[in-house]
Design a protein around this ligand. Structure first.
Ligand SMILES: C[S@@+](CC[C@H](N)C(=O)[O-])C[C@H]1O[C@@H](n2cnc3c(N)ncnc32)[C@H](O)[C@@H]1O
Length: 463
């Protein structure tokens, strides 16, 4: 029978999970938390929620619950613009720096889930450095989930985890696992060390004097409150070396969270990725790779007056069509949340076929295509979304990113401007699901900043 939690029970669990790992669960997650609790109660043979809540005084059971509630969604070569930035810019630069500084390189995959992210970085390293004899290279990969760490150490994966790997990458870095699936090759595995670690309640897992060259903390802070993220970013900044890099997920931003880092755009055209750097001192221009644009985070101008274009107002589709399409849209959203991007794109395409005036469906298809690394296809969908609904701020935001990556900075600036205008129309404290619950105002301010940098030519091309 389906377990339901009282408000008090849900609140008690929320407090416990936030204290234990910084995880914030809103009302929308009540059912899924109830499901996790019911799974744990079944596993240990308890039949009532109060007894289970009492059992959570035991750290072993708390860990089990954390294993159950944390979301392990990840895959190899996730976020193609960032993978390109790692391969083309960041890792070659870090290896050059290491070559001159004792051949020592430290990378931290913080919130590594089942290991795909850490192994991906190790694979990219192996391509650049086939032999690490005489080198001290390590990818330290940590996660709060014991179950995820055990799976990561196992190093065996199914087809879904490797769906973004090319045939060449698959052949080079994996071998067939004895029981089916793909096993990471030993030369990659030996670069990675997995450790259980809690980013919120523990100090960073390195000696106080140790400095890290690159931290990937992608799609982890989306589950945290802002204060938790702020405190974590202070710790990450402290252990990163001057010149080191911080990669966050594509929906994560440090706007109004931390001013310690500089936002930089790596690459141009379809290879652009926005990442953060610790830059305490001016870095000599000659030490910086070509094809890099650096953005200073400066003051944000006020949100502009609302622009209104009555010619582009669109009539809603007939209700009978909307009902069926609405279901597909819901399914597409769920597929996106589960990281099933190809399925999300397909569902959204079906929705657009049924309701060709539904901006939401075009927007979701665009989002899924970006996640699949198909910027040019995403461009078409997102343009339709903003044409159909000019006030859809997130669509303008995504479109701007696509245009920028495709080498159209002025068009990108215009879209960032439109994003800032339209997002600014929403209540200041509205939460943006696309931003992991952060405020819409925060995104509007970032968009305005990016618009000014791009249009004002202040996005510096370093050569
Ligand atoms: C969605 S996965 C992201 C995996 C990978 N970084 C990526 O982007 O593909 C989020 C991971 O963060 C981990 N996590 C959540 N809270 C954490 C905490 N307090 N300390 C360490 N890891 C945490 C979860 O267990 C989960 O494996």
């Amino acid at each position: 029978m389906k377990l339901s939690l009282t408000t008090e029970q849900f609140d008690a669990l929320r407090v416990l999970l936030e204290r234990a790992a910084g995880l914030v669960f809103d009302e929308a997650r009540k059912e899924s938390i109830a499901y996790c609790v019911s799974e744990r109660m079944r596993a240990i043979g308890l039949r009532d929620v109060p007894s289970y809540l009492a059992r959570l005084a035991d750290p072993v059971e708390r860990q089990q619950l954390l294993d159950e509630v944390t979301i392990q969604e990840t895959h190899f070569f996730r976020n193609p613009p960032q993978v390109r930035a790692l391969r083309m810019h960041v890792l070659p630069e870090l290896l050059r720096y290491a070559e001159e500084n004792g051949r020592r390189l430290r990378i931290w995959s913080a919130g590594c889930s089942t290991g795909e992210e850490a192994y991906t970085v190790a694979m990219l390293l192996r391509e650049l450095l086939p032999s690490t004899a005489d080198w001290d290279v390590k990818v330290v990969a940590t996660d709060v989930s014991s179950r995820a760490i055990a799976a990561a150490r196992n190093g065996r994966y199914g087809a879904r985890a490797v769906q973004m790997a090319s045939a060449e990458e698959l052949a080079r870095h994996f071998r067939p696992a004895p029981a089916g699936g793909h096993e990471v090759r030993p030369d990659v595995r030996e670069l990675v060390e997995f450790r259980h670690h809690n980013l919120v309640t523990e100090a960073v897992p390195f000696a106080p004097s140790e400095r890290i060259d690159l931290i990937l903390c992608r799609n982890v802070t989306i589950y945290f409150g802002r204060d938790t993220t702020r405190a974590l970013m202070t710790r990450l900044h402290h252990c990163l070396r001057n010149g080191g890099y911080l990669f966050l997920g594509h929906s994560e931003t440090l706007w109004q969270v931390s001013e310690d880092f500089r936002l930089v755009a790596l690459g141009s055209g379809d290879a652009a990725a926005f990442v953060y750097r610790r830059l305490d001192l001016p870095v000599e221009r000659r030490a910086v790779l070509p094809d890099r644009r650096t953005i200073d985070e400066g003051p944000v101008p006020p949100v502009r007056e609302r622009r209104h274009d009555s010619r582009r107002q669109v009539q809603p589709a007939p209700p009978t069509v909307v009902v069926a399409a609405a279901t597909l849209v819901e399914q597409a959203r769920a597929a996106l949340a589960a990281g099933q991007y190809a399925q999300a794109a397909e569902l959204a395409a079906q929705a657009t076929a049924q309701a060709p005036l539904a901006a939401e469906a075009f927007y979701l298809r665009g989002l899924a295509l970006i996640d699949l690394g198909r910027d040019e296809d995403a461009l078409v969908e997102l343009r339709k979304a903003v044409y159909l609904e000019p006030e859809r701020g997130f669509a303008h935001f995504l479109l701007a990113g696509v245009l920028d990556r495709l080498g159209e900075p002025l068009l990108a600036a215009r879209e960032y401007g439109a994003a800032a205008d339209t997002l600014g129309l929403q209540p200041a404290d509205a939460a943006a699901a696309e931003l992991g619950g952060r405020s819409v105002r925060e995104l509007a301010a970032l968009c305005r900043q990016l618009e000014h940098r791009l249009v004002g030519g202040q996005v510096e091309e370093v050569s």
